[in-house]
Structure formats: structure tokens, C-alpha cells
Write a protein that binds this ligand. Structure first.
Ligand code: SF4
Ligand code: SF4
Length: 485
């Protein structure tokens, strides 16, 4: 809960002990962020464009007649272009989480909340929704005037139009989200009534994600960053005095004050800040960067764009609000010195870890055999005698072809130390389509006289599964062969 301002309510005695009421909740003030053009705004829109093109287009891409990216939870298979991941590949998901975590640590250590300001879905969708709002209702001052002067009935048509536009974007976003888990063309056909009926969970996730997008980007906006996002709270642990953050240069800007354009403000004892408040008006979280580093700051740099535009108008040098570090401000670093301080121990450690994990994961993916075999013994009968001539064990094999091409696999038992003469019967040739899984049941036999020569009990063997058309595609799994007592 937000802690509101403390209000003095009574003065109790001469020693100035003041009783205070501390509000545990402070109603949020509506933020009417003003649009601003500039370098950081261009970067922000470039990221919005890039992330959204990727997000909306990816589920429509196809790869060897299937969706290029599909997380098929029901079949427990993740398709990512040529890669098919199955539950045994869980390690890659762990590696992905590690990469994301260390990537975040690294970028935060170097340049603060870059992710929040440019690539976080909350920022990206809020930017889109705010832009739609500006197109329909006008920029900050127009919206503020309309909200103040116009009756609800007069404002309603524009609001309705805005909500409809938001709802359309949110629904498309929810549909796209579900399209990562169900082939999107089938999903689309089902939604318009030309395909199989959708299940409860498909409807649920599509509508829930749409609702979630609409609420978070349309109505809650900065409240999500301020009160719901844990990253805002623990970011300070990843910052240090050399981390680049959006900062106001107090030494240069203060004392602030209004002035005429060509006034000799330095002679009047003023700093470069003309106290115009534009940096506050453009801030999507409604804070004043001149108050120093605040957890509400998402590092979007719009206040720097705003201030630069004012500096240009006043013909002062740019950069009163800029990306810089605390050390750079305190010690007057030059740009070259700021760059030099990028390379400090924590940055080098994060980079090394990130690079190591990336190399290990890529090497492992490159060398991975696209075949997984699971051998399960028939628990009903450990071993049995067949026609007085053989001892037989039965196995159930799950053959997971995690490649894109179909293969015919040959199953062969391999033993040593008296188990050389094993032979297999049953499903010893199995045809498995690309990305499919098939079960085979085989019986492994060995001559009874050789079995009698072995000690009674279990003996390690290997079950080899090999593609007939691609012999290097081969997996050997451990199993045991029982000889009865
Ligand atoms: S203070 Fe500046 S950088 Fe921080 S959120 Fe506001 S506009 Fe963005
Ligand atoms: S935009 Fe720049 S000049 Fe204007 S109030 Fe903010 S810091 Fe001062």
C-alpha cells in the first residue's frame, strides 16, 4: 500500500511533539503524459515496433508444414523452428531462465532500467495505448481541458471510441498469445466458427490475456510499475555509483527559476533549469526527475528528450537531464571517463557468466541428438522361460523423434560378459514421424544354457535404437536382463 502524506493533526505540548495521521492509502492522481519527440522517444518506438512485429508475426510463421513456434503443452512438445524440445530437455528452459536473469543483471548494472523503459511489455503496451489515446482524445492539455470542462455525456463518444480501439488491440493481443499454444490458423478458424470448437482453457487464456492487457496498459499503467512490479523494488541492489541512470544535473541546473530567453541568468545567480516543468509533464509515471533517483523511474529517458528540447529553445547546451552515473555527476567525469567505468568487476563477472552459459547452451544444442528413448521393463513378469530353450525379458520403449524428419528405427539389445547372444522379437522396426513419439514392445531372448551359466539376478545390457536411413542417429539406453533363480 502506498504511504500517503503525513498530516499534522494536533500539537500536544511545548516540546513540539506532534501527533500525526499517516495515511496508508493515497488515491492515485491521474497522469496526463504529454507527447515528446526526441532521441529516446525514437528508441522507445523502435523497440515497440520491433517487439510487436516479433510478437504478432511469430505464431503465423510456418516451418516444414507446422507452426515455426508452438508451445504444445498438451503434447508436451515445444517447437522452435528446427528445434523440438521435450520434457527431457528441461535443462534448456533452466538455461533460458539463467540467461534472462544474468542478462537483466548485466543491463541493469550498466544502464539501469533499460528493460523497463524500452522492452518491458507493460511499457510497450502502455505506449501503444497512450498513443491511441492521443490520436482520439488529443494531447495532455486537450485531454485535461476536456476532462475538466466537458460533461461526461460530451466526453463519452471519444472515450467510447478510445475504449473500442483499446479493446480491439487487447483482443488481438490475447488471440496472438493463445496462438503460441494452439496453431493460430486453427484457432482463428475456431473463433469465427469454421473449425473445431474451442475448449474452456483456450477461451479462458485468450480472454484473460486480453482483459489483462486492457487493464494494465489502459487503466493501471504506472500503478503496475509502482506497486506491482517487484523489479522496481530490488533494482537498487543491482545499481552502483557507476550505473548509467537518467539524472538531473543539480550542479548545473540549480538554483532553478524562470527567466527571459536572453537574460544573463548566471549573473542573476540562476542555474540552467528554467523550472518549466515539461520534464514532469512528459513522465509516464508522473515523477519529477529533479528529485533524484526514485523507484518509480522506469528509465525511459523522455524527461531527457523534454529537457533537451527546452535547452535548444533557450540556446543552452543539451544534457541538463541525461543518462549519466552518480560518480560522473559527483566527480565531473568526461564522456570518455564514463565509458571507461562501464568495465568494472560486476559488469565483467556478469558478462563472463552470460557468455559461458550462451556458449555451453549453443554447443549442447548443436551437438544434441534429436532422439530420446525411454526404456521401461515389463513389471508383470521379470523373466520367463520360452519353449524350454530361451529366457525372455519384455521391455516397453518410448521412442521420441525430436527431429523434423521421419525415420525407421531398428531396435537391438546389446550385452557383454556372457550376454553376447541376445536377440530381439516384436516391434524391432519402428517408423516414427518427425516430432512424433511412438511406443514399441520388444521381447529380448537368450539361450537358456547360456543364461544358466550366469549368476542369477539382474545383468546390465543396452538397448540400442538406430535410424536405418541415418546410421549416426543412434541412442543406447541402459536396461537390465533378469535371469530367473
Ligand atoms: S523520470 Fe524520466 S526517465 Fe524516469 S520515468 Fe519519468 S520520464 Fe522516464
Ligand atoms: S525540462 Fe529541464 S528546464 Fe524544464 S523543469 Fe525540467 S529540468 Fe528544468
Amino acid at each position: 500500500m502506498a504511504q500517503g502524506p503525513a498530516e499534522p493533526t494536533a500539537q500536544t505540548n511545548e516540546s513540539q511533539v506532534v501527533e500525526q495521521t499517516v495515511l496508508l492509502y493515497a488515491a492515485g492522481k491521474k497522469i496526463y503524459a504529454r507527447s515528446i519527440a526526441g532521441h529516446f522517444n525514437n528508441w522507445r518506438w523502435a523497440f515497440v515496433f520491433l517487439t510487436q512485429v516479433l510478437y504478432y508475426i511469430t505464431p503465423w510463421l510456418t516451418w516444414t508444414e507446422r507452426p515455426a513456434v508452438l508451445f504444445d503443452l498438451e503434447a508436451r512438445r515445444f517447437y522452435i523452428f528446427d528445434l523440438i524440445l521435450v520434457p527431457q530437455d528441461f535443462i534448456y528452459l533452466t538455461a533460458l531462465l539463467l540467461l534472462s536473469a544474468f542478462g537483466l543483471f548485466l543491463f541493469t548494472a550498466v544502464a539501469g532500467r533499460l528493460f523497463c523503459g524500452y522492452a518491458c511489455p507493460q511499457t510497450v503496451y502502455t505506449s501503444i495505448f497512450m498513443q491511441v489515446e492521443r490520436w482520439i482524445e488529443g494531447d495532455r492539455h486537450v485531454r485535461m481541458r476536456h476532462d475538466k470542462e466537458w460533461s461526461l455525456a460530451k466526453r463519452m463518444p471519444r472515450k467510447l471510441l478510445k475504449w473500442l480501439a483499446w479493446a480491439a488491440i487487447a483482443l488481438w493481443t490475447g488471440f496472438t498469445f493463445a496462438g503460441y499454444f494452439t496453431p493460430i490458423r486453427d484457432l482463428g478458424a475456431s473463433v469465427i466458427g469454421h473449425g473445431a470448437a474451442l475448449g474452456f482453457w483456450q477461451w479462458f487464456w485468450m480472454l484473460f490475456y486480453s482483459f489483462f492487457t486492457m487493464m494494465q496498459a489502459g487503466f493501471m499503467r504506472e500503478q503496475v510499475c509502482k506497486y506491482m512490479c517487484p523489479y522496481a523494488r530490488f533494482q537498487s541492489a543491482m545499481f552502483d555509483r557507476d550505473t548509467l541512470i537518467v539524472s538531473y544535473d543539480n550542479a548545473r541546473g540549480d538554483p532553478r527559476g524562470k527567466r527571459a530567453k536572453h537574460e544573463d541568468y548566471k549573473a542573476a545567480g540562476k542555474g540552467d533549469c528554467i523550472d518549466c516543468g515539461v520534464c514532469v509533464e512528459v513522465c509516464p509515471t508522473g515523477i519529477d526527475i529533479r528529485d533524484g533517483l526514485q523507484y518509480e523511474c522506469i528509465g525511459c529517458g523522455l524527461c531527457a528528450d523534454a529537457c533537451n528540447s527546452i535547452m535548444d529553445k533557450m540556446q543552452y547546451p543539451r544534457g541538463l537531464v541525461r543518462y549519466t552515473s552518480i560518480n560522473a555527476l559527483d566527480r565531473n567525469y568526461t564522456a570518455a571517463e564514463v565509458k571507461k567505468h562501464f568495465f568494472r568487476p560486476r559488469v565483467l563477472i556478469y558478462s563472463t557468466i552470460l557468455l559461458t552459459i550462451t556458449v555451453v547452451v549453443l554447443t549442447s544444442l548443436f551437438m544434441r541428438t534429436p532422439l530420446k528413448v525411454n526404456v521401461i521393463r515389463d513389471r508383470g513378469a521379470l523373466a520367463r522361460e520360452v519353449e524350454g530353450a530361451f529366457i525372455e525379458n519384455t521391455y516397453r520403449l518410448q521412442i521420441n523423434n525430436t527431429g523434423n524428419n521421419a525415420h525407421v528405427f531398428l531396435i537391438k539389445p546389446v550385452g557383454k560378459d556372457g550376454l553376447e547372444n541376445l536377440k530381439a522379437l516384436g516391434d524391432i522396426k519402428v517408423d516414427v514421424a518427425g516430432g512424433a513419439v511412438k511406443t514399441a514392445i520388444i521381447s529380448v531372448q537368450m539361450p537358456i544354457d547360456q543364461a544358466n551359466a550366469l549368476t542369477k539376478g539382474s545383468h546390465p545390457i543396452q538397448i540400442q535404437v538406430q535410424s536405418l536411413d541415418q546410421p549416426d542417429l543412434k541412442v543406447s539406453e541402459k536396461a537390465v536382463f533378469f535371469t530367473p533363480r
